[in-house]
Design a protein around this ligand. Structure first.
Ligand code: SAM
Length: 335
């Protein structure tokens, strides 16, 4: 029934287009000259791009995890549009945010909320719909669902019942920042958000310090300066990049040593928008012995020999035994 209505709408939209009319609520008056805004994929007011040309193939039942843009509304795949168009319903974090995306592409599939505050309550109804053979698309406000966004428990529950789950890959802020950072993408660890409280944040950073890979963090811009300062302290003064407002008009990537980037944001104040911090892995063997001694002395001022050694070994990747001997000598006043 619903599909018939949709097919009728699509056919009507097609004949309207031919006649130069639009039934979409975002319709704008016909301009005699092309409006440059209509070319801007970031502008939701640019008017609908009706879901014409999308494959009309029937979607198989199941849960579809659909990645959506992280800023620039043009960054959406043809498959994502086809699934959003063909699904029986779309679950999203904020219906206003996803509503804008759907309006931009002339998609009228019904929207329901699925977020941290209602997930426990909504999940059983979604599972019941999947059991009935519905096609349900899950999106987040931006990027790839489940990545620091809701959806993990729903996927686990669907898989536990052998219900079909598939993904429509696309934008993700962590990967976009990583490839723009200039830091090695050979091995990387996505650490998500650090804890907001300083003590917990430092503990988390100390755990990541030993990982032999580029580290990728999401961070809220008001906390950027404090977090970068803690990173410089816990990870050592590694190379880093802060990637901000990715895919948007004011995209910016600030590269440098952690201490310098932290100093920049302490001085400049919190930047606008959203940011990802990318930090290089431990810089094995590149440390000057005098610098190591200096860091060991500073660490020993706060910690015991064993803790200071472990901390510096994690930060630098230098052998623990060698650091322990140097730390002992310092503590005993031999150096
Ligand atoms: N699921 C999303 C993804 O796939 O990237 C991430 C959602 S998480 C709730 C939001 C965080 O992602 C922001 O605080 C920021 O760290 C990062 N982020 C999202 N969009 C971004 C953008 N356009 N530029 C920089 N960072 C962004």
């Amino acid at each position: 029934m619903r599909r018939t209505a949709r097919a009728r709408d699509a056919a009507r939209a097609g004949s309207d287009r031919k006649a130069g009319r639009s039934r979409h609520p975002n319709r704008r008056p016909k301009a005699s000259k092309p409006d440059p805004r209509a070319l801007s994929p970031t502008d939701p007011a640019a008017g609908p791009q009706p879901a014409e040309g999308l494959p009309e193939t029937e979607l198989a039942p199941g849960l579809y995890l659909v990645a959506t843009p992280i800023g620039n509304l043009g960054d959406i795949t043809l498959r994502a549009l086809a699934v959003l168009h063909g699904a029986d319903r779309i679950l999203c974090e904020d219906t206003r945010v996803t509503g804008k995306l759907l309006a931009r592409y002339g998609i009228s599939t019904s929207l329901g909320a699925y977020h941290d505050h209602n997930a426990e309550h909504v999940r059983p109804t979604v599972l019941a719909a999947l059991r009935r053979g519905e096609r349900v698309a899950l999106v987040s406000d931006a990027g790839t669902p489940l990545v620091s966004d809701p959806g993990y428990k729903l996927v686990r529950a669907a898989l536990a019942e052998d219900l079909p789950v598939t993904a429509i890959p696309g934008p993700n802020a962590a990967i976009t920042a990583l490839i723009l950072s200039g830091l090695s993408p050979a091995a990387f660890l996505f650490a998500g958000f650090l804890p907001p409280r300083q003590a917990a944040r430092r503990r988390a950073l100390e755990r990541w310090a030993a990982v032999e890979a580029t580290l990728v963090f999401y961070e809220s811009t008001p906390r950027l300066a404090e977090s970068l300062t803690d990173m410089a302290e816990a990870l050592g003064n590694r190379e880093a990049a802060v990637a901000r407002e990715l895919t948007k008009l004011h995209e910016e990537v600030r590269r440098g040593r952690l201490a310098d980037v932290a100093a920049h944001y302490r001085l400049a104040g919190p930047p606008r928008g959203e940011a990802v911090v990318v930090v290089s892995g431990p810089e094995r063997g590149e440390l000057d012995p005098t610098e190591v001694d200096e860091r060991l002395r500073t660490t020993l001022a706060e910690l015991g020999v064993r803790e200071a050694t472990a901390k510096l070994a994690a930060q630098t990747g230098l052998p623990r035994g060698e650091l322990y001997r140097r730390a002992l000598a310092m503590r005993n006043g031999k150096e």
